[in-house]
Design a protein around this ligand. Sequence first.
Ligand SMILES: Cc1ncc(C[n+]2csc(CCOP(=O)(O)OP(=O)(O)O)c2C)c(N)n1
Length: 371
Amino acid sequence: MSVHIERNEAPVLPQATPLTLINDTGHAVAGDGTGGFELPEPEILKSLYRRMVVARRFDTQVTALTRQGRLATYPSALGQEACEIGSVMALRTSDWLFPTYRDTIALLTRGISPADILEAFRGDWHSGYDPKAHRTAPAATPLATQALHAVGLGTAARLKGDNTVALTFLGDGATSEGDAHEAFNFAAVWQAPVIFMVQNNQFAISVPLKKQTHARMLADKAVGYGMPGYRVDGNDAAAVYAVVSAAVERARSGHGPTLIEGLTYRIEAHTNSDDPSRYRSNDDVLAWKARDPIERLEKYLVSQNLLSEDDRSAIAAEAESLAGDIRDAMNAEVEIDPLSLFDHVYAEPRPALLEQRQFLADELSASEDKS
Ligand SMILES: Cc1ncc(C[n+]2csc(CCOP(=O)(O)OP(=O)(O)O)c2C)c(N)n1
């Protein structure tokens, strides 16, 4: 089946001032400042808030358990809640998500259980959840590979004539990878229904953005590929939700991909094995903490009488109950079959892999005989 591809008008350069709907003092931005986007409905804002609070509790709990040695590694998303959750909430459950290792709280928002999310970080399994059941690919560690997978799935959906949209998260550093270029290029050539959500959290481990790109900003890159680009305040969940929703709608109605740069900051270390004090100043961290995505939405909701004390208690209870579930799951000793490492690598087993499997099986039974 052939698909007719329309040429877009030459996209215009995105505006450099990040699109914001609720500013960092918790006030709704008026008039022209909104770039034509509208504040989401109160119910959506409340849901964004609730999910961000729960996600932060997830993050702080997992960081604590990592320090206790319960997980091998954890890339915190603390401070990036608006980007992660604002984006995912703009999807339908039938859409696909292609996440990276950083996006655990996006997985949580997709309804994947903490135990299943964390299995891979504990080193127990490649992916602790069934990607098809959740329409969420395993979180990619090789940078930018997930963007190609999103373009593949989006293109297949387009060819099949269904209206599935694929959203993929990339970091600022990932945009320097060849895979990102290939994904952007072919998404635009094939007009794939894909949203590239670039979370510009300023650093690729210790490498600042200015060493990754000479472009004015990451959103500008969209224009060269022939797709629209937006720079959004990545700490404003309302703006992220509104801009991503518009991109999803555009993709779903056959108008191709969008690249969105969410300007945000990674408050914690890259992972628990990194010391960020070696490459960034505490003043920067404090300045970004003052722009906290949760606090600003809370201020707005309170000012509009949309968040009662009862609401807050219920959200706090939900967050604490989730933290308890995480502790239970990570404190449980699980039996892992080392041979399961070879399951699901290929749909049809390959001789070389079977040989390696047999080698490990022999080693295991030899060590059992000795003990
Ligand atoms: C192809 C590839 N090269 C190098 C790495 C090692 N690596 C892991 S994370 C990282 C930095 C990524 O930064 P960014 O894309 O900005 O994402 P962030 O971790 O900040 O969310 C690097 C270089 C990798 N995982 N994959």
